[in-house]
Design a protein around this ligand. Structure first.
Ligand code: AHG
Ligand code: MN
Ligand code: MN
Length: 311
């Protein structure tokens, strides 16, 4: 018999049991679980994409939505009936969507599918979720209560934090998210770096910082997928991911609300740090949905070091 569904005799800890043992508030843990389940539906969509790669039509012969759009639809529809979400803010929607009755506790933000252009290369991609109380146009510190991301790679893994540490789960063959690592802690220093943006677009201070990491023997690890690149730093327990300010785009590329705040929340809960170079990501105020920010995120020594270079 495989380990998984309800097989508590084997001491397998699944996501629901973990959240219950960790004392996550009941509505929040139901919401997190529902979102994790949506990850299974999105991964099924990603698998459908391999029919396209193989030159086959969609089984129903219909025009297909892009993967980003269909992932967004799946998430929105599921959250609509969750009973816990009153507003849904997504990278794929122009405005915040009111769902539910308006009396629900939470607002959910989503990058439903990050890195969709990597699908045809068979590299890993992901889903990024933030969970807020009250409002989103404020600092993450004031409003965030939880965050999670799902990595669709050779394995499907889910990392969440509800404010008591950062934990990793792996989806097993029975369709249960099983605890892989509890309370992941980053070391003070890492040995990998993951730098986004074209080198000749970097500002001199950033270039000098990266050259210092290279001199110090840091290994380059950049896939071009934000989720697996961040996940690598977390699972290797240290190192740095950055998508910096560029000459032509001083705010960088990645979005504060949908991408950066959730990852900053998760990293901080693992003992790491996240900054735009001066200010902590979670202390930046969100003013608009598509607001972007440079980011340096990972173990504390590297994040402190970049602040010196950018001063
Ligand atoms: P999205 O697919 O949601 O538009 O985001 C892609 C992002 C992110 O995954 C990655 O960190 C970054 O784009 C890579 O950008 P470059 O191609 O400039 O390296
Ligand atoms: Mn994205
Ligand atoms: Mn996206």
């Amino acid at each position: 018999m495989g380990e998984g569904i309800g097989d508590y005799t084997k001491n397998v800890i699944d996501l629901r049991r973990h959240m219950w043992m960790a004392g996550v508030e009941v509505e929040l843990r139901r919401l997190i679980w529902q979102i994790a389940v949506v990850g299974k539906y999105i991964s099924a969509k990603i698998h459908e994409a391999n029919r396209k790669l193989a030159g086959l039509k969609n089984i129903y012969g219909e025009e297909q939505l892009s993967l980003d759009r269909s992932s967004d639809e799946i998430l929105k529809n599921q959250l609509q009936f969750s009973g816990f979400v009153r507003e849904y803010a997504s990278e794929e929607q122009e405005a915040i969507v009111k769902i539910g009755t308006g009396r629900e506790k939470y607002i959910v933000t989503a990058d439903p599918l990050d890195g969709s252009s990597l699908v045809e290369t068979n590299l890993a991609i992901g889903t990024i979720i933030g969970i807020h109380k009250e409002a989103v146009f404020d600092t993450g510190k004031n409003t965030m209560v939880a965050a999670l991301y799902i990595t669709y790679g050779p394995l499907i893994t889910m990392v969440y934090s509800a404010g008591c540490g950062t934990h990793e789960f792996v989806l097993n063959r029975e369709g249960e998210y099983v605890l892989a690592q509890e309370n992941i802690r980053l070391k003070e220093n890492g040995s990998i770096f993951s730098p986004g943006g074209l080198r000749n677009e970097w500002i001199p201070e950033h270039l000098r910082f990266i050259e210092q990491l290279e001199k110090d023997g840091y290994k380059l690890r950049y896939s071009g997928g934000f989720v697996p690149d961040i996940n690598q730093v977390l699972i290797k327990k240290g190192g740095l991911f950055t998508y910096p300010a560029l000459r032509k785009s001083p705010q960088g590329k990645l979005r504060l609300l949908f991408e950066l705040q959730p990852m900053a929340f998760i990293m901080e809960q693992a003992g790491g740090q996240a900054t735009d170079g001066r200010t902590d990501i979670l202390s930046l105020k969100v003013e608009s949905l598509d607001q972007r920010s440079p980011i340096y995120i990972g173990s504390s020594a590297e994040v402190q070091m970049v602040k010196q270079f950018l001063k």
